[in-house]
Design a protein around this ligand. Structure first.
Ligand SMILES: O=P(O)(O)OC[C@H]1O[C@H](O)[C@H](O)[C@@H](O)[C@@H]1O
Length: 544
């Protein structure tokens, strides 16, 4: 047994000993509980007191992190070691937001001069679009920026552009096309004017089927409106694949590069963020990077017991591996974070949805949970019923911003009150006796009380972590994303998996490529399994 196995066993034993104690009792027994189990970092507050931890739990979890050498692995990542072993790559999204004078080497070479130069180029381009120095082929100013990408080349900029809507320059609109479904590009282009539309083709590999198909459709639309000669003025590309971008016909000065040591789901900090940079401006984009840098610094230096992303990761391990909870819900009480759960799905599930350890052996315990969520208060009217009374316990993260960008009556107080109320309700629940007492006060008779009180009982003890911040500005968005990145890192390190590859997406891609000619009726279906063959035949019949 390894030292981590021993600690997992001790955690399991500790869970058995403490499970019976309700969250309510934990609070009653310890007036210091909130102070003990919360951490602040400037305006940011991470409250994990509404989870089933005791000082001993944290001690054991921190010991587990140390036994798994989370700190050593963290330092290896920041130092540019090739910790993505299956692709033989460094993992350096942190370099993209590092200090102005940082020196970070990959294979002995400082990558920072190129990082800075490429960001400066992107900023010049963004400024040109924003100021009108860069115009469309007919001399019009750009009003619409269409990012064409998918996965990490879409979710980050799309999520962030919505989150930072108050910072978007007046007269500029961002659009994000990802799905290979032609409806997506069609609906986006409808109503756009080619003379004022700028396309950014964002793809790390520049081979992704969906993106290449949508880029082709956009090019045809533009050529249809303005002619072939207009393409140069209306397209830019972001990629690590210089040759493929050139082959697509984008000139060198319209191409923005990044590097193989930036994973797709970690690429918002690279030129993949160009659409965001154009929309909110280079200065705000720098503040966004700066926010992430603050969290990098905190993650690198704070002791595990006071380290917010490490604690987020460790509490996630507690919930996943010790308590046995399968999913994790992220509930931002901040409408502009509506796409944040989707962004986190890729970040977390593509990183930690793995079944083998770094050396290829089967994992010994469950890895990444299913991550999901919707903004509050919307989710309350949809799936919270299950969160409160269902048979699955779902640990939640509740995100709360103290200061809104706009004041619409007292709606912000209502929003915050709802977020707080849900955390409280998940924790305390309502006993059958309490439910009965309420029914009695309401004048119900004893038969009705007996019949109804089980339905009105809330088990409680459902764990919540709360992240509170001043306001959803660029810096804070940067901090929030980086917190979750390092949370995911901490968990991957403890599970001993490679959080930075994504081989699990390949099989479906291969099979789709094989199926395209079959679906088009250009190849026979005889080698397919009976179900897929039957489906192809049915769809072909419907297509006529
Ligand atoms: O940026 P691209 O190379 O076009 O890749 C886009 C996305 O597709 C892939 O299938 C990966 O699963 C993602 O990690 C990636 O972000």
């Amino acid at each position: 047994m390894t030292s981590t196995d021993v600690l997992f066993e001790r955690l399991a034993e500790h869970r058995r000993e403490t499970e019976a104690m309700s969250l309510r009792t934990l609070f009653e027994n310890d007036p210091q509980r909130f102070a003990r189990f919360s951490v602040t970092l400037d305006d940011l507050l991470f409250d994990y007191s509404k989870t089933h931890v005791t000082p001993e739990t944290i001690e054991l979890l921190a010991a587990l992190a140390r036994a798994a050498d989370v700190e050593g692995r963290r330092d290896a990542m920041f130092a540019g070691e090739k910790i993505n072993v299956t692709e033989d790559r460094a993992v350096l999204h942190t370099a993209l937001r590092a200090d102005a004078d940082a020196v970070i080497r990959v294979d002995g070479e400082d990558v920072m001069p190129e990082v800075r130069a490429e960001r400066a180029r992107a900023a010049r381009f963004a400024d040109g679009v924003r100021s009108g120095a860069l115009l469309g082929a007919t001399g019009e100013r750009f009003t619409d920026v269409v990012n064409i990408g998918i996965g990490g080349s879409d979710l980050g900029p799309a999520m962030a552009a919505l989150a930072l809507a108050p910072y978007v320059q007046k007269g500029l609109r961002g659009h994000f096309v990802s799905n290979v479904d032609g409806a997506h590009i069609n609906d986006t282009l409808r109503g756009l004017d080619p003379t004022r539309t700028l396309f950014l083709v964002a793809s790390k590999t520049f081979t992704t089927q969906e993106t290449m198909a949508n880029a082709g459709a956009a090019r045809r639309w533009l050529v249809g409106g303005l002619g072939e000669a207009a393409v140069g003025a209306h397209f830019a590309a972001i990629s690590t694949n210089v040759e493929a971008v050139e082959a697509f016909g984008v000139s060198a000065e319209r191409m923005f590069r990044f590097w193989d040591w930036v994973g797709g789901r970690y690429s918002i900090w690279s030129a993949i963020g160009l659409s965001l940079m154009i929309l909110i401006g280079p200065k705000n984009y720098e503040a966004f990077l700066g926010g992430a840098r603050e969290i990098d610094e905190h993650f690198r230096t704070a002791p595990l017991e006071e380290n917010i992303p490490a604690l987020m990761g460790l509490i996630g391990i507690w919930h996943r591996n010790v308590c046995g909870y399968d999913t994790h819900a992220v509930l931002p009480y901040d409408q502009r974070l509506a796409r944040f759960p989707a962004y986190l799905q890729q970040l977390d599930m593509e990183s930690n949805g793995k079944s083998v350890t770094l050396d290829g052996a089967p994992v010994k315990r469950k890895t990444g949970p299913i991550v999901w969520g919707e903004p509050g208060t919307n989710g309350q009217h949809a799936f919270y019923q299950l969160l409160h009374q269902g048979t699955n316990v779902v640990p939640t993260d509740i995100l709360l911003g103290a200061v809104p960008h706009e004041h619409v009556g007292d709606q912000h107080a209502m929003l915050i009150a709802n977020g707080l109320a849900q955390g409280e309700a998940f924790m305390t629940g309502r006993t059958t006796e309490e439910a009965a007492a309420i029914l009695r006060t309401a004048g119900r008779n004893e038969d009705e009380i007996a019949a109804l009180s089980p339905h009105k009982t809330f088990p409680g003890g459902r764990p919540t972590c709360t992240l509170a911040y001043r306001t959803l500005d660029p810096r804070t968005l940067g901090r929030l994303i980086a917190l979750y990145e390092h949370k995911v890192f901490t968990q991957g390190a403890i599970w001993g998996i490679n959080s930075f590859d994504q081989w699990g997406v390949e099989l479906g891609k291969e099979l789709a490529n094989r199926l395209i000619p079959i679906v088009k009726g250009e190849a026979g279906a005889e080698n397919l399994d009976a179900s897929t063959r039957g489906l192809v035949a049915h769809l072909q019949k419907l297509r006529g």
